[in-house]
Design a protein around this ligand. Sequence first.
Ligand code: 3PG
Length: 445
Amino acid sequence: MELKSVKEIPKLKNKRVLLRLDLDVSVGSDGFIDDCEDARIKSALPSIEFLIKKNARITIVGHMGRPGGRVNGSLVLLPVVKRMATLLGESMNSKTSIEKTRLNDFDAYSLIIESSRMKIDVLENIRFFPGETRNHANLASKLATLADVYVNDAFAVSHRAHASINAITKKLPPYAGIQLIKEVKNLGKVLKRPPRPLTLIMGGVKAETKLKLIEKFLPRSDYVLLGSALANNFYSELGFEIGNSRLSLGVGSIVKRLISNPAYTILGDVGKNILINPDEVANPDIKTIKSLRKRIILPPDVVLGEMHDNKRLENNIRLPRRTVLVRADNPEISPHPYSILDIGSVTVSLYKEIIKHSKTIIWNGPMGMFENEQYDYGTYQIAKSVAESKGRAIIGGGDTVTAVESDRIDFSRNTFISTGGGAMLEFLINPNLPGISPLIKKTTA
Ligand code: 3PG
């Protein structure tokens, strides 16, 4: 798949470029984005710096969160613009400043690189407009008034048919940004007949998106390893008590379908097709690992604790951390008010062994509440074994990338860290995403 690159835009000098980025990053409670959370902003720098060098006039469009078409004060892009100003200032060796501005129908920020007086405009969160997620042509037309060409460097949101991703490509000549091209090239390597066994590791939140992707991915997966909030829905559906643990609503039917999927029906002695008996896998050998092929595996043990942010936990520990085995004959995994916050050590050694025997690994979503160091062990161990694995690995999803960046693990050249979560998995299932198809070069055969 060859895309029209930003580097092929003719006569960039003074050309107005609408640059779509994925600015959906976590903002700390102090209103700042720290250097473990800014991977998506950093990944956009090569395109921005290229356009600056060519003296193009840049207007950036991005989103944060899911504000549902309404202005939401907690999802404004000012923290992102500040972080971008710092990063660009460092790379351009210049002071930067920020001013609020308005561009036609849009509230915006001007980021000024003081040494050159170069100005980059960043529109306020585009999802404040209802037309964005409806892929509305009117919103795309309004955006088009701001530019001469369009560049998509927002791989992580390219699976969405949204106005600034898809409809806009009918209004302005579309091109692909530098990071997006890198994503397509690297993910393309596992598209066709990836070496098996292929292991899919899924955790984190956004269950409604991930469960659909797991279902689509089953036929090409040998092992599906679950963790974090994603696993809770399965425990709950199987009748376990999960206390105060996070649960996604409205996903019951897909969880039921996955539990009863005939291609994956392998019964342990526990009588439930996706539960693994912890005693059987405590020290897994290759025979055990092979016998688990074609299974969706729920953690056989989990760590419980109290859901708190770091600070409150330090000051007020009421429920100390403890590990429990998940057994079919004990319906209470997590009594109230405990929450499941990490995978346990039996799960870690089982998952590590499966990862070791995998030739392709696709990982999306942390294994627990890694932001709190009491519960980061599972995620860290999985990251370490993915880094040590000889197979080709792809890691994606905002939280997963934050987790591996904050652990400072050295990944080999066999690992590609994608900026996309859902987009990465959708791309691997079908690369013709709404934001990518319009960028494909037409062959003249
Ligand atoms: C992401 O965070 O994966 C992207 O920004 C897409 O977000 P969405 O799932 O809210 O569309």
